[in-house]
Design a protein around this ligand. Sequence first.
Ligand SMILES: Cc1ncc(COP(=O)(O)O)c(C=O)c1O
Length: 372
Amino acid sequence: MISATPSLSLWALSSARPADFESLLEQYVTAYAFYGSGKVALRDGLETVSNAGQNVLLPAYLPDAVAEPIVELGLEPRFYAITETLGPDVDDLRDRIDSDTAAVVSVNYFGFPQSGLETISSITSEYGCYHVDDNAHSPLSMDGDTLLGTVGDIGITSLWKQLPVPNGALLYLNTDTLAESYTPSRYEGVRDRFDATDCRFLLKSIAFELFDRNARLRESIDTLVSGSGVGRVTASPRERYENGKSQLSNLTHRVFVDADPDSIRASRRSNFSAWQRVLETRSDVAPVFDTLPDGICPQVFPVRAGAPTRLLRQLDRVGVDGAHTWPRLSASVENDPTYETSRKLSETTVVLPVHQHIDPTAIEAVGDALSR
Ligand SMILES: Cc1ncc(COP(=O)(O)O)c(C=O)c1O
């Protein structure tokens, strides 16, 4: 069985590993701060630049709750259309940007630099507004000598999307001026002790390890313990945003300090390549990215599926846990024909797990099972 997320082993907390994650940040980021979620990091980042205008542009191909911090700050979220290759539709972006735009958000999808990232940077320079480099998907991805998330004035990244942790994100302040003017909210920082969320997450991780082979049981444990934390599925985007309002968990910080970026990146890359091999002969599935440039730490292996529901059923049958279409779009995007490409992408893009606790041979075995 291939699990959806990496699980936390107790030995992972005690083994001595170099604190490379922190060194990586110290090397590439001007200033950073810890948060419980990417959305609340985005909120504090945007508050720092909110005197620059009244609206914020963000790509239409985006999970619905990501616009919530903008609304909470009393700013207007404006979605710009994106192309089939996940780049900005430049004409549409230019139609929506104006002298009252505080910031434009770009998104490095699935751990890869967004196509057209330089174009977004040059448009924000032209209009004198801020550029937010949303790198929620992959804190360890490098584009040459650049850590993703550090291209704009402000960046965010979500730790919980790549590490086995209950919550966690970082805000990057990429200029000295912004670092000086930034005023953190009470959600910045690390909780000073283990709390109920950490304990629940640990119990869940232990239960997952014990019952790893039993998919049904695993499902029910997941339901049982998902009463809080980032995994909780609540009714509205606002509730999901509110749910992420917290400091970084103490457990997350311990795992973060102990993590080995090079080995996580290497494992995820091997698993990405394994999915490439396994799916290359299928005519109903096309990878979103044909190549895996050096330095990229993929969040998932995304594919465009001709028949997404059938593919998900097949994957479930052969033991792949957590494959799903991505993302759930904002209602205003869903209902506007201007965003047809984003809507189609969200219906047909299926993401497959590549996390560091999967062995590539398990993916090869899934390939064999799928072809039977
Ligand atoms: C592109 C993007 N930005 C921001 C976020 C928000 O991150 P978090 O869930 O850590 O609040 C997400 C979450 O899925 C995301 O996909």
